[in-house]
Design a protein around this ligand. Structure first.
Ligand SMILES: N[C@@H](CCC(=O)N[C@@H](CS)C(=O)NCC(=O)O)C(=O)O
Length: 205
């Protein structure tokens, strides 16, 4: 299988971290691609009409996107404990943490457009402030709601890869007054799956 990937993309890294966690990373060839709404990447568009990574290419089978769907697929390819719990409250907890992580990643990306990516004259400060509000409210929610003592699940992976990117991009910090969240993240970052998938090189994401 091939994974169309971007080194700094939280959803792409989420897929790869899951693959390491379940022991199938060796079956995936990672192919780096630059993608952006303002820099069309024809190879990515050829597989995903949204022009976004991650995309999973499977020999003889249709391409799969987005990261939630790829993770659900990869979770069927191993015999270990599923990282997306199949039923009960454990499932909804994992999926709602994943949903917050995906939202944080989107809000963080949108905030970067309003602060560094869009030409200065086209930025709209009220929109910037609205995205900051979403980040702060989500950090506060996570400080209360994150299940730090349960076995690792997809929500944890999505969240750790997103927090890592938010910090790397120097977006508003989640650390202040959120000791439980910060301690959980610092421990998660030491996992071999996170260490095997560092953000590297320059991208425009
Ligand atoms: N919901 C998608 C989001 C994917 C996404 O936003 N990918 C970004 C990189 S982080 C991308 O490819 N952006 C390029 C673009 O939107 O044109 C997923 O979870 O896979």
């Amino acid at each position: 299988m091939k994974l169309l990937y971007q080194t700094h993309s939280p959803p792409a890294r989420k897929v790869l971290v899951l693959a390491y966690e379940v022991g199938i990373a060796g079956r995936i060839k990672v192919v780096h691609h630059e993608t952006s709404p303002t820099r069309r990447n024809d190879e990515v568009f050829a597989e995903n009409p949204l022009g976004q990574v991650p995309v999973l290419l499977r020999p003889g089978l249709p391409a799969i996107f987005d990261s939630d769907v790829i993770c659900a697929y990869l979770d069927t390819l191993h015999d270990g404990r599923p990282l997306i719990p199949s039923s009960g409250e454990a499932r909804w907890q994992a999926l709602r943490i994943q949903a917050i992580a995906q939202g944080l990643s989107s809000a963080g990306g949108a905030l970067r457009w309003e602060t560094v990516r869009r030409p200065e004259a086209l930025r709209y400060p009220p929109l910037r402030d609205g995205y900051i509000e979403k980040l702060i409210a989500s950090y506060d929610w996570l400080e209360q709601e994150l299940d730090t003592e349960t076995p690792v699940h997809i929500g944890h992976i999505a969240l750790a890869t997103t927090l890592s990117w938010l910090e790397f991009r120097e977006l508003p910090t989640f650390r202040e007054k959120r000791g439980r969240l910060a301690a959980w993240f610092d421990a998660f970052e030491l996992r071999p799956s996170m260490r095997a998938t560092p953000m590297s090189g320059e991208t425009h994401d």
